[in-house]
Design a protein around this ligand. Structure first.
Ligand code: ADP
Ligand code: MG
Length: 750
């Protein structure tokens, strides 16, 4: 009996419930209590400093040293009232996790005494010992250290006993080493490009922000069972595991109620989130067993990204209290649905207008149509960049796996809006639209809001779907930092709107009316971007063929997707909008490529280890018991004498006696099992050996991209073969000696 698995099973099945005490029955009583938000700032700051800080938050202006000192004192006072002892700069390096380095609020003073201290300098800048964070060679070349710099646009918060200050992370030469810096820059780019377009319609618009509402999917697994699976622990996904008899085919989990233990966990982490001002709105079961989703009310993209990263941290911590583990991997369990993180994205103005929501008047509808069509055009022109923005080793398993959008980027808008675009295309004849056509087109545009009211067609298979008042980018992976896809979306939209403005102004300068000019340019975009629009089933084979005919890319793996980042068009775009310098892009490409290689390398090592040191020994152990059994049977039945004494009713047995009486017939099935085990063990062994050889070869490759391709194309293909035979062994051999918790245990034990 394998002790680890059975101990884990016993532990998992006898968990006491964790008592969750809510601070109050009213969330509003404690919502945001651990956030240094505007209200708190106002309370703790002198009026002058509050004004400066507020302006920095709203307009991105700089904060002078005196104000920074006052903010630091205010933060420290507030935090210490809440028993906080340490502070940290909280940032999002390219590892994908968040990082922090805790310092105590302390300074020594003469006479061996100490005082609690936190200065503007400490608030504004910190130098984490960051030599191990990826920098794609930037830091190495310049031998510069990285530093973190306070981002006042995202409020400080308390986690445990630590004050966390959201920061960006830069090299000393000014290159961004994190996710946040380019995101903030892309927001400026979008703001710069979108405001003038809005002003065609409304001069009061002076500021545009991108908004994001993410939907986070995840799995839960009991802590003990998780720990008994080295693959889950080290790679975040099950590298082995046969499908259980009962998987997700009944879909009972999706509609089912949430188990109590899970519910407790949810209430607990949601409470922590509320204290941190994360506006969690919905929770529900997902399709796969033990899969769930949590979604907040949308926020400005910068805050939403921070909140998503924070949520993942909080969930991980709280889950451990409940003896659970949260799994954010995109495809932790082959054979059941993977996890995504839909990114609902739109743009909002300082006047409170959602730019992807049609308005009440024809004018505001044209504003909507303008942003809507420009967005489709942007996705059409830069589909490859969106594809690259969601590339990761984990997401490779999910995209196109008949449960998630394929790797082909396309846009779904629904039949009603398709009709509207068709009408614009038909009625708008650049230069010679008749008055009647124009009038009729205006009517069409005026009707958009009603059309959308009964917009019930919801395509669930599209990677980029319009859902009434926002686009939903569904191809984002569950473990991803939303910043990268959002940075990309903001930037391509900024570029698109810039072009749009130029074209409209050109027509206006030739004495066209603004409205006609807008319609004329949109008309051209609608025609030009048609190939990206697809209303059918994105999971179907036909779509793959159709997309190919249309010339759309279908990029299947991460190394290939990442190459798109180095296309001149991509480099120019980000440089043009001051989001990434060329060096930053090259560095980022290198980091991502290396990250991919490392992930596959780790998976490959764990696979070899689990196969050699657990699975094969278990198989051989069982095989030995079969061999013993066969020997025993043969021994018992080896003499006619003994056989004659056995009372035999079974016809087969008497045949066996006549066959020569050595019991071969009786052990046929054991012999075939022994043979099968030998065959599978030897296939596993030879595949592992070859995989290790390929790994050695790949490790010799110097160029980072080539190495990633070697891992993708030469090493990874062995995974399936090794797993296939191992999973066959799992369903063949004695349950009591199988070393790892099985799917049915990982996914169903509550
Ligand atoms: P569903 O897509 O299931 O109909 P909702 O319409 O409530 O659900 O939206 C799903 C997510 O989209 C939520 O996180 C929500 O906050 C977000 N969302 C709604 N409006 C916007 C918007 N204007 N910008 C960004 N996200 C939005
Ligand atoms: Mg959704």
């Amino acid at each position: 009996m394998n002790s680890l698995r059975f101990k884990a099973l016993e532990e998992a099945s006898s968990r006491p419930t964790v008592n969750v005490e809510l601070p109050s029955n009213k969330v509003s009583d404690y919502y945001g209590q651990n956030v240094f938000d505007l209200n708190t700032m106002q309370k703790y700051l002198p009026e002058g400093s509050f004004k400066v800080l507020k302006e920095a938050i709203d307009k991105g202006t700089t904060i002078d040293r005196k104000t920074a000192d006052e903010v630091a004192i205010a933060m420290k006072t507030w935090a210490m009232e809440k028993d906080v002892t340490h502070y940290t700069h909280w940032f999002q390096p390219l590892t994908g996790a968040t990082a922090e380095k805790h310092d105590v609020f302390l300074d020594t003073v003469e006479g061996g005494k100490a005082i609690e201290k936190f200065s503007g300098g400490q608030l504004s800048q910190q130098e984490p010992d960051a030599s191990s964070f990826p920098s794609g060679g930037i830091r190495n070349t310049f031998e510069a250290r990285g530093y973190t710099a306070w981002d006042p646009s995202s409020p400080a918060f308390i986690m445990g006993k630590t004050l966390c200050i959201p920061t960006i992370y830069l090299s000393y030469t000014g290159e961004a080493l994190d996710y946040k810096t380019p995101l903030l820059k892309s927001m400026h780019a979008l703001d710069r490009a979108a405001v003038p377009v809005c002003q065609y319609f409304d001069k009061n618009v002076t500021h545009v922000v991108a908004t994001l509402g993410w939907e986070q999917e995840y799995f839960l697994v009991d802590n003990a069972l998780y720990n008994a699976r080295p693959d889950l622990v080290h790679s975040g996904r099950a590298l082995f595991g046969a499908n259980p008899a009962k998987g997700q085919q009944l879909e009972d989990h999706y509609f089912g109620s949430i188990p109590e233990r899970v519910n407790d966990f949810m209430r607990d982490f949601e409470t922590e989130c509320y204290k941190l001002g994360i506006p969690i709105k919905t929770r529900h079961n997902e399709v796969a067993p033990n899969q769930y989703e949590v979604a907040p009310i949308f926020e400005e993209v910068n805050i939403a990204v921070d909140h998503n990263q924070l949520l993942m941290d909080v969930m991980d911590k709280v889950a451990r209290h409940h003896q659970l583990r949260v799994i954010f991997h995109e495809k932790p369990f082959a054979g059941v649905n993977g996890s995504g993180k839909h990114n609902n994205w739109s743009m909002a103005t300082n006047t409170g207008k959602n730019l992807l929501s049609p308005g009440k008047t024809p004018d505001t509808n044209l504003l909507f149509l303008t942003f809507f069509v420009n967005c489709i055009k942007a996705v059409h022109d830069y589909a490859d960049l969106l594809r690259a923005s969601i590339a990761s080793a984990g997401n490779d398993h999910r995209l196109g796996a008949n449960e998630a959008p394929p790797a082909i980027i396309s846009v779904f808008i629904g039949t009603q809006l398709t009709k509207v675009l068709d009408e614009v295309e038909k009625k708008m004849k650049p230069g010679k639209t008749s008055a009647a056509e124009k009038k009729s087109l205006k009517l069409d545009i005026g009707r958009i809001p009603e059309l959308l009211l009964d917009n019930t067609d919801r395509n669930r298979t599209s990677p980029f779907a319009f859902t009434g008042n926002k686009f939903e980018f569904r191809a984002v992976g569950s473990s991803a930092n939303c910043a990268l896809p959002m940075t990309t979306l903001n930037t391509i939209m900024a570029e698109q709107l810039t072009q749009f403005k130029k074209e409209v102004d050109k027509l206006v300068s030739k004495s066209k009316s603004v409205e006609d000019a807008i319609l004329e340019v949109l008309h051209g975009y609608i025609a030009d971007s048609k190939s990206i629009r697809f209303e059918g089933n994105n999971y179907s084979e036909e779509w793959v063929k159709e997309a190919k005919k249309r010339g759309l890319s279908n990029i299947q793996n991460t190394p290939a997707a990442l190459e798109l980042l180095l296309a001149p068009k991509a480099l120019d775009l980000f440089e043009e909008h001051h989001v990434f310098t060329r060096r930053e892009q090259e560095a980022r490409h290198e980091i991502q490529v290396e990250m991919y290689t490392k992930k596959i390398q780790i998976e490959s090592r764990i696979m070899a280890d689990m196969a050699y040191t657990h699975i094969i020994p278990a198989a051989i152990k069982y095989q030995n018991s079969l061999i013993e059994n066969v020997k025993g049977i043969k021994e018992i039945f080896s003499s006619q004498h003994e056989l004659a004494n056995v009372s035999i009713k079974d016809k087969g047995l008497s045949d066996a006696i006549q066959d020569g009486g050595h019991g071969d017939y009786l052990v046929d099935s054991q012999l075939s099992m022994i043979k099968e085990i030998s065959e599978r063990v030897s296939i596993i062994r030879s595949n592992v050996e070859q995989m290790v050889e390929e790994r050695k070869k790949a490790n010799q490759v110097q160029d980072a991209t080539e190495k990633a391709f070697a891992y993708c194309e030469k090493v990874k293909p062995y995974f399936d073969e090794i797993r296939y035979h191992s999973d066959k062994l799992e369903i063949l051999i004695d349950d009591s000696i199988w070393p790892f918790p099985k799917y049915r245990e990982l996914l169903f034990v509550k």
